[in-house]
Design a protein around this ligand. Structure first.
Ligand code: HEM
Ligand code: HEM
Length: 215
């Protein structure tokens, strides 16, 4: 047994920024604080895009290609038989589900209107029917996101009872393991990609809500 680096600095930061952003987006959406909703939405879109890019060029444990596994491996993981550093095959399915649901929420948001004053930035380019459809997906998909979060937290608690402290690994980035050290990349590269994407999105769509927010 030795210390193995599992999560780079970006994956760790990404996770808690994602949790924070979703909290802000949920409350601001429900309360109708749409300037805050939009600015946070663009930041989260930049964060998710940076995570997807990191999934191609980043550390081995961040790779998107590792997230798709044969169903037999998922069953093995659920039985506790599979061991690897990073997301196991069942956890990987959960991650894919999160990415799909969150991206769907972000993209439909761009086409959603409050029917009074505020339009998502892409509403003007599409038909009213499409805006209606995007709005209804935006309203219902949030329930699937909440269900996925509940399942995610239950799974983490279940692993804790089985003696695996996944939260500690996510906080410290390291775990005790006899398995081989995965190839890691420096997380700051991904933070720079995130900052650049956030700057582009804020410049493109976020100047108006941001100026109203800080005025
Ligand atoms: C808004 C709520 C949450 C969302 C949307 C969420 C989403 C995610 C995602 C997408 C990942 C994969 C990270 C990646 O590869 O980039 C992940 C991993 C993880 N999350 Fe969360 N999470 C949430 C809340 C929590 C909470 C409250 C905890 C702890 C109590 C937690 C503990 C973990 C752990 C330990 C992992 C690593 C799992 C593994 O070892 O495979 N998450 N989460
Ligand atoms: C993952 C990211 C997002 C989450 C979790 C989220 C969540 C929500 C929630 C919970 C509501 C309230 C829905 C309701 O009243 O039933 C809402 C409304 C809204 N969202 Fe989002 N949203 C996200 C991203 C975005 C983005 C990126 C935009 C556009 C830039 C956007 C535009 C809107 C608009 C215009 C409304 C008001 C709809 C209305 O009043 O009927 N959202 N969002």
């Amino acid at each position: 047994m030795g210390k193995v680096k599992v999560w780079d600095g970006f994956i760790r930061g990404f996770h808690w920024l994602l949790v924070t952003a979703l909290g802000v987006l949920y409350i601001s959406g429900e309360e109708g604080w749409l300037e805050l909703h939009f600015v946070t939405g663009y930041m989260l879109l930049a964060l998710m895009l940076a995570r997807l890019i990191w999934g191609v060029i980043g550390s081995e444990t961040a790779r998107l290609s590792k997230l798709i596994n044969h169903p037999a491996k998922v069953v093995n993981a659920l039985k506790g038989k599979e061991d690897r550093v990073g997301h196991n095959a069942a956890g990987s399915l959960m991650v894919v589900l999160f990415f799909v649901l969150i991206l769907l929420q972000l993209v439909t948001g761009l086409f959603t209107t409050d029917d009074i004053l505020v339009d998502g930035p892409l509403v003007q380019y599409v038909s009213y029917d499409l805006v209606e459809l995007a709005g209804s997906i935006h309203h219902s998909n949030i329930d699937f996101i909440i269900a996925a979060i509940a399942l995610h937290i239950l799974a983490i608690i279940a692993y804790r009872f089985k003696g695996k402290n996944l939260i500690k690994t996510l906080l410290t980035g390291t775990a005790e393991s006899s398995l081989q050290q995965p190839k890691m990349k420096a997380g700051w590269i991904a933070y720079i990609i995130f900052a650049l994407l956030a700057a582009v999105l804020i410049f493109l769509w976020g100047m108006e809500p941001l100026s109203q927010l800080i005025a």
